[in-house]
Design a protein around this ligand. Structure first.
Ligand code: NAP
Length: 283
């Protein structure tokens, strides 16, 4: 019996164990997927344990994606460029770090927006998920990327980093509700991505939207990385504004499917994973 684990803190509401276990069981691979709730001080020891034969690898989630990078024997180029690891694969006792968030995001985005080339997007947030989304958008030749984050310095650092990779036009605007630059920037964008946890169930920002309905235009595609609830307050505002609204569940399952394929070398049973994820979320 082999094992895969997820390392994060807290992990109580993670749906990854439900849909990853369903995938392993469906293919009869004899693998168990376990949640290891791991405080930051215990991360290094948890990663060391993964070197044992028993393990195929791990998923890594908040708050460990950046810290994990330093403990890998090797890191895939995309994960290194993004600066975060969400998937660890054990090969011959060595730990290799990958990032499947960016490709998972692109696979999910392709449905509402088949190409971002030359388009204008605004990204809310500048944390780990925003870095993966920003990387995905500049790699796909977005025309202009505007970043808005509570901590403006973090937004500026991300904008600079992304510009260095692909020389795409990047800029920042303040996140403040009283500053006209944010609604102006939103109004001019084809795509808005929420990469903050605002609206996420079981958090203090549950039920809230990072931007009000009045700022959204009907031509904008609104993609919320938050996947619980299925229809966040932001997505409801987008629909009320006549915009196309897309939730984070597709990205969640696609990034998980890519991790599954890295651990097993087999195609992930996507339909099984989607069904199990929806059931775990009570959808
Ligand atoms: P993170 O690294 O902790 O970053 C959080 C970001 O959100 C930061 O930019 C932070 O701003 C901002 N933020 C936090 N609380 C805020 C608030 N009340 N108002 C405005 N901005 C706020 O987290 P992460 O890993 O990037 O994850 C962000 C969200 O994406 C989470 O809800 C996570 O579940 C979701 N996510 C979904 C998927 C998926 O597959 N669907 C994948 C990854 C992440 P400051 O810099 O100012 O603190």
């Amino acid at each position: 019996m082999k094992q895969v684990v997820i390392l994060g803190y807290p992990l109580m509401h993670s749906v990854s164990p439900a849909f990853q276990q369903a995938a392993f069981d469906h293919l009869g691979l004899g693998v168990t997927y376990n949640a290891w709730e791991t405080e930051p001080a215990d991360l290094e020891a948890a990663l060391e344990r993964l070197r044992q034969d028993l393990f195929l690898g791990a998923n890594v989630t908040i708050p460990h994606k950046e810290a994990t990078l330093a403990h890998m024997d090797d890191v895939d180029k995309a994960a290194r460029d993004i600066g975060a690891v969400n998937t660890v694969v054990r090969r011959d006792g060595r730990l290799i770090g990958y990032n499947t968030d960016y490709e998972g995001f692109l696979r999910a985005l392709r449905v509402p927006m088949p190409s971002v080339m030359g388009k204008r997007a605004i990204l809310l947030g500048a944390g780990g998920a925003a870095r993966a989304v920003g990387y995905a958008l500049v790699r796909e030749s977005i025309g202009t990327l505007v970043i808005a984050n509570r901590n403006r310095q973090r937004a500026e650092a991300l904008a600079k980093q992304l510009w260095r990779f692909h020389s795409v036009r990047t800029m920042t605007v303040p996140m403040g509700m009283d500053d006209p630059r944010l609604p102006e920037a939103i109004n001019r964008c084809h795509l808005l991505v929420n990469a903050t946890p605002v609206g996420m169930a079981h958090t203090t920002a549950e039920g809230q939207t990072p931007v009000p309905q009045g700022w959204l235009a009907s031509r904008t595609i609104v993609f919320d990385l938050v996947y619980n609830p299925e229809r966040t307050a932001l997505l409801q505002a987008a629909m009320a504004a006549g915009a196309k609204a897309w939730g984070g569940l597709d990205m969640l399952v696609h990034q998980g499917a890519l991790s599954f394929e890295l651990w097993t070398g087999q195609p992930a049973p996507l339909a099984v994973m989607f069904k199990a994820a929806r059931e775990a979320l009570g959808q």
